[in-house]
Design a protein around this ligand. Structure first.
Ligand SMILES: Nc1ncnc2c1ncn2[C@@H]1O[C@H](COP(=O)(O)OP(=O)(O)OP(=O)(O)O)[C@@H](O)[C@H]1O
Length: 939
């Protein structure tokens, strides 16, 4: 049974009803072969700008849309039907019907071209018509909305020779096929087509199968005008029931319907060549189209009566024309001049239809409870009416029904049919609910599976995160250790630098020291030369003295005594000079000794410093040896760079994991939230619904059994009913199996998707693990390199240390050797000086002795020197003690001062020279010598 519009939807409607003109479009097909052959020319012109059609007789328009011969099926669909599909899903009833002369493209527009066997989908075929596109679009829209609980049913009927046939019924072929009955809905809200199949469709393929089946059955006959001329009107109806779960846990059901009507061609019987049966067909076709025209005229001229009931076509389209449906009409035209009359007639028809106003109403969402109650009330009322009709008692009949039954005996039959239809509708509704419950169950199971997988995935991600965190911590520890090592290396470097600086300073000091040693050598050498020179000069002087003495002896004998005195004085002077020389030499030796000691001390200090520095360097180097591992700045830079790189890579891996999680989480979260919400709502309401449903079904069973009892009494009806029940049961079983199969396919595809996702995630995890392993390996390699580098550096440092030690040791040796050489030289210098001194002393004492002996001779022989002066002279000559100061010598001097002056002059110059040579001013320390200029050194 089919109710147009639906009882369910019409029972509760939105009150917002805005009058809207039905949309009318005109499509002109290309000239066909026959028209081309008869050289027919195009007699209509499409004005797209003005949406009008121009003919020689008149211009028609504007229409909602006009399509020229080059318009594609896609364009027509997008402009006229796509919007209506959205409205259907929103809960409106929509109708699209094609009207036009036979052979002008109504079926082409509605169903499409002849699909070849190879064409798998309408998507591949540009000639696909409105019906397959609309069905595909409905499925797509529902998918896009994420709608999981819905039910689609399709029915396909044809109106042939004013009789209605079900194109999807099993026995819908042949002359004896069942004729469908049409009657008014008792609620006065539409017409009911009793006994029509509303086949549940679960996927696109189901719809294509049904469409093909129905199209094949559709009666066609060859006429002269159109090889595949449709001799019937067809109505393809898709009903969409969507279940929504509200936040309060209520289940709301909304329903929308799409009626796609392909009218039979209007034709001129005489021109089409139809005869006999064909002529009758043409008459009936034209009759229903004429009524359609009258209905349209009445609707547009606000006539008092709209003759819907005069044809089954207008009864079927009642709600679509002037009712609450959103309606579009496509008027198809032939461009041929030979068809201009029919084209003008179609355009007039279309222009009138464009003035029809509908009041589209959205079917409100109704709760399951409310629908069941409506059915229950309806069935109860029908049962009551039927019982009253049968018993003809009128006791329990409502006054209205009783009167009606009395007036028309057919009314009883109608009531039975209505009851059948209502029970049928209830059955379908229950089936839909069961189907949607099953969808829900599958959904719930899928949600459970997804939740498990999600939890598992979240656990894995958490583990991975923990691993990453641990690795990060390890890295941080390594990093801080490396940083510490780096800073201690820097400190060590600065210490080393300081040590190197102090070593540099020491080597400068050492160089200075060696310079001074060299200078000392030079001074010693010069001292020695000076001493030699002095010795030579003393020798020369003594020689001179000797010569002078001899001369004196020879020339000055008479003055011997005086001479002896003079000589004694001279000897005394020489003695004091000698003493002074001795003192000076002693002072010089002391100075030299002091300087040597000082130098030794300086050297030993320096050596101590060197040793200290060496020890310090060694200690510091040893102390810092361990810290040396990998503590060079380049190494640190490398390590930090590697660490940063590792960090980056880890972050990238982390980011990948996060992305993965982010990709998965919202999807799963969204899915889980939606399912959880549904589950919660369902859990709360499910039990009560199940109870209510069980109760209702029990009630219905009771009702049905009561009805069955009642119908048994009707006799033949019961058998018929049972038979139909069996057929229905079989169909239901088949449908159930098909639905189960489809659901299993859906479940499998879902599982495939899930396993794909899981595989993807596993793949990513595997890649991440691989990448992580390679990173670890890289890090290990770098660490090993670093350690090896540290080892090498350590060895180098050790070697440097050893070199420094060796160098210092050799320095030490050199210093010791030089010191020894210096001491030797000093000793030899001392020896030379002392031997010079002693030779000078001996020369002087020899000279003195000579002079004394001569004096004695003088005294004894010539003058007779008083004996008291002899010990003094002896004492002086032997250096036993100093002579008496106020002795004879003064007297002698006073007495002979004039003469002596001229005689003693050479002795004066000798003494003066000796004094000069041996004065302390000329005997200096090596240090002082270091500053003496070459010219100041005495020659
Ligand atoms: N727009 C078009 N482009 C190309 N070919 C078209 C077009 N419209 C119709 N035809 C072709 O014209 C022929 C008749 O079309 P169709 O059967 O759809 O006409 P019809 O109006 O349904 O006729 P009838 O009322 O007799 O059933 C078909 O071969 C169809 O392929």
């Amino acid at each position: 049974m089919m109710i147009i519009p639906s009882k369910m939807s019409s029972s509760k409607r939105s009150t917002e009803e805005i009058p809207t003109n039905i949309r009318v479009a005109v499509r002109v097909r290309p000239l066909n072969r026959a028209e081309q052959a008869e050289k027919s020319v195009s007699a209509v012109k499409v004005d797209r700008q003005k949406n009008s059609i121009f003919t020689k007789m008149k211009t028609f328009g504007p229409f909602s849309k006009v399509y020229d011969t080059d318009a594609t099926q896609q364009m027509v669909y997008e402009d006229l039907v796509a919007g209506q599909v959205k409205k259907v899903i929103a809960g409106f009833n929509c109708t699209v019907f094609a009207y036009g002369q036979t052979g002008t493209g109504k079926t082409f527009t509605m169903e499409g071209g002849q699909q070849s066997e190879e064409t798998k989908s309408w998507r591949d075929d540009p000639t696909t018509g409105i019906i397959p596109r609309a069905v595909e679009d409905i499925f797509e829209q529902l998918d896009q909305m994420g709608c999981e609980e819905y039910s689609l049913r399709v029915s396909y009927i044809e109106l042939y020779n004013e009789e209605l046939y079900d194109l999807l019924a099993a026995n819908s072929v042949g002359e004896d096929r069942e004729r469908l009955k049409i009657f008014e809905d008792p609620t006065k809200k539409g017409v009911i087509v009793s006994g029509v199949e509303e086949v549940p469709v679960r996927n696109r393929a189901d719809v294509y199968k049904l469409l093909k089946l129905g199209a094949e059955k559709r009666r066609t006959a060859t006429t002269l005008m159109n090889i595949n001329s449709s001799r019937s009107h067809s109505l393809f109806m898709v009903s969409v029931v969507i279940r929504e779960n509200t936040a309060t846990g209520d289940e709301l059901v909304k329903q929308g319907k799409l009626n796609l009507v392909d009218l039979a061609g209007s034709e001129n019987v005489s021109r089409s060549g139809a005869e006999g049966k064909r002529a009758k067909e043409a008459g009936n076709i034209n009759q229903s189209l004429l009524t359609l025209g009258r209905v349209i005229r009445a609707l547009t001229t606000s006539g008092p009566h709209v003759p819907y009931r005069e044809s089954k076509l207008t009864r079927l389209l009642q709600d679509s024309l002037g009712g609450s449906t959103i309606t579009s009409l496509i008027a198809t035209l032939s461009p041929a001049s030979s068809n201009i009359e029919e084209s003008v007639s179609t355009l007039e028809y279309a222009i009138r239809a464009a003035n029809i106003k509908n009041r589209p109403v959205c079917n409100t969402k109704v709760s399951r409870k409310a629908i069941l109650k409506t059915f229950s009330d309806e069935i109860e009322k029908l049962r009551r009416d039927l019982r009253a009709a049968r018993e003809k008692t009128g006791v329990h009949l409502s006054e209205e029904s009783h009167e009606e039954l009395l007036r028309n005996t057919e009314r009883m039959q109608e009531l039975e049919e209505q009851l059948d239809a209502t029970v049928d509708q209830l059955r379908r509704f229950t089936e839909d609910l069961v189907y949607m419950d099953e969808q829900y169950r599958l959904l719930y199971e899928r949600k459970e599976r997804l939740e498990d997988k999600l939890a598992q995935r979240i656990r894995q991600i958490a583990e991975k995160e923990k691993e990453l965190d641990d690795k990060q911590k390890e890295l941080d520890i390594h990093k801080s250790a490396l940083q510490e090592m780096h800073s201690s290396a820097l400190i060590t470097f600065s210490q080393l630098k300081e040590m190197r600086d102090s070593a540099d300073n020491m080597s400068v000091d050492l160089a200075l020291f060696w310079d001074k040693v060299d200078q000392m050598d030079l001074v010693a050498f010069r001292n020695k030369s000076a001493a030699n020179t002095v010795s030579e000069k003393v020798a020369i002087a003594l020689d001179d003295i000797s010569k002078t003495s001899q001369n004196m002896e020879a020339s000055s004998k008479p003055f011997m005594v005086t001479e002896v005195a003079e000589n004694t004085q001279c000897t005394t002077s020489l003695r004091s000079t000698f003493t002074s020389i001795q003192n000076n030499i002693a002072a010089f030796s002391k100075n030299v000794q002091h300087n040597v000691e000082e130098d030794s001390r300086i050297y030993s200090d320096f050596f101590g410093d060197c040793l200290g520095a060496e020890t310090q360097i060694c200690t510091m180097l040893n102390t810092n040896m361990d810290n040396f591992k990998g503590l060079f700045s380049q190494f640190m830079v490398d390590v930090i760079a590697v660490t940063e790189d590792l960090k980056d890579r880890i972050n990238r891996v982390k980011a990948e994991m996060n992305n993965l999680q982010m990709e998965l989480s919202p999807l799963l979260e969204e899915r889980r939230a939606a399912i959880e919400l549904q589950a919660k709502q369902r859990k709360e309401t499910r039990d009560s619904y199940v109870k209510a449903q069980v109760l209702r079904i029990q009630q219905l069973q009771v009702l049905v059994s009561q009805l069955a009892q009642g119908l048994t009494s009707v006799g033949a009806s019961t058998a018929d009913f049972d038979e139909r029940g069996e057929v229905l049961d079989a169909q239901l079983r088949d449908d159930g199996a098909a639905a189960l199969e489809a659901l299993e396919a859906v479940a499998t595809s879902h599982d495939d998707v899930v396993s794909e996702v899981v595989d993807g995630v596993d793949d990513i995890s595997e890649k991440a693990a691989g990448r992580w392993a390679s990173l670890i390996k890289e890090a290990t390699d770098v660490a090993e390199n670093v350690v090896a580098m540290g080892g090498r550096t350590l060895d180098e440092a050790k070697k440097t240390c050893e070199d420094v030690s060796t160098m210092l040791a050799s320095c030490d040796e050199q210093v010791v050797a030089r010191n020894a050489a210096l001491l030797d030289r000093m000793a030899s210098l001392e020896g030379i000086i002392s031997s010079s001194t002693s030779s000078i002393s001996s020369v002087i004492s020899g000279a003195k002795n000579t002079m004394i002996s001569r004096k004695w001779e003088d005294v004894d022989i010539n003058q007779g020197v008083p004996p008291r002066n002899i010990p003094a002279i002896l004492g002086a000559s032997d250096m036993v003690g100093p002579p008496e100061p106020n002795d004879l010598l003064f007297e002698e001097k006073d007495q002979r001062s004039e003469k002596r002056v001229s005689n003693y002059a050479p002795r004066e110059s000798l003494l003066d020279m000796s004094n000069k040579l041996l004065s302390p001013a000329t005997i200096r320390t090596h240090r002082e010598f270091a500053t003496i200029e070459e010219e100041n050194i005495p020659q």
